[in-house]
Ligand binder design. Sequence first.
Ligand code: GTP
Ligand code: MG
Length: 365
Amino acid sequence: PEYISVANLARAVKMRLDDFIVQMQNMGFEDVSHDHVMNAEVAGLIAMEYGYEPIADTSKEEDLLPRPPPEDKSVLQPRPPIVTIMGHVDHGKTTILDWLRKSSIVATEHGGITQHIGAFSVTMPSGKIITFLDTPGHSAFLSMRERGANVTDIVILVVAADDSVKPQTIEAIKHAKAANVPIIVAINKIDKEGTDIDAVKQDLAKNGVDIEDFGGDTQVVLVSGKTGQGMEGLEEAAVTLSEVLDMRAETDGPCEGWVLEAGTEKRGRVATALVNRGTLRPGDIIVAGQTWSRVRSLINEHGVEVEFAGPGTPVTVDGWRDQPLAGDSILQAVSEASKKVINFRMEKAERLRQATDMEAINNQR
Ligand code: GTP
Ligand code: MG
């Protein structure tokens, strides 16, 4: 790890040493002297207070980095697998997910087009919990789908029997392969007249999907999201493959995860987060991209406040200082030093808000 002394950091941000020490004390660093040393993360956070954009040399950073995976996976707790539903626009992804959740999301969507990544925990008939991510099929959402492929353990590739393989189907295949994620193919809309299932299978094979029918190991399930035909087979395929993959994660230690989407609600800025290691709790300080949050509350997909979110569980998180971006990775700030800097920034932001409010009030007079 790289360390820097207070004296050298003061020089780097072009401050007089005594002034700089006073400022650091204001931030909550009590026993600072000129030879007090701090790590790269803390130094970077402080430098940002002075308008600098520190460039992280990640090869040397130690704090605020994902933990290395443990050597023995078997000591870890099983976690719900993340199954992402991908495919061409209108091929029936949301309809299939609706059936799995026994709910009706399609009916509430604007124009029936999925515009974000929906995340849902679904209890399968076998009792196994699977986290499903619904992704938009519209080509405009390419980057979101790319992110979907990176957080997922399994891809369910939905292909409409009456439309076969289309550009976004091919993209989804590419993403799944690039992320080295196994695929289950769901040929959908088999209730429709005049469909040619064999032709669809040929098209899949032509595009590099090694389907079982042709000696590969990718399972193909025939379904209708509309009538429910074949859906038990799809559930079974997802559960069986999940059991083979045997996903596990730490439930303790610093939390790590992903921002799936972000937006503003009545309770302020929120982000749908997917925890992949550790457990997220209210009061935790998490950093995502250029922003951070002191988590006020966690709300699950049913709108119910929960006390914690463990690995594989999607929740919406509030308390964000700025809007995080979909695809940002989440890391929990646990070192006391990084918390101090973050606290200081939050207080400063609060003072600034109050000052702006006062100004607005004065201007009204
Ligand atoms: P995007 O989110 O926009 O990419 O679409 P999607 O893939 O989620 O498709 P969606 O579930 O919204 O379904 C598109 C249309 O196909 C809707 O009108 C559905 O009712 C219809 N549909 C979906 N599944 C089936 C099916 O199995 N059979 C028939 N006949 N229609 C279906
Ligand atoms: Mg959809």
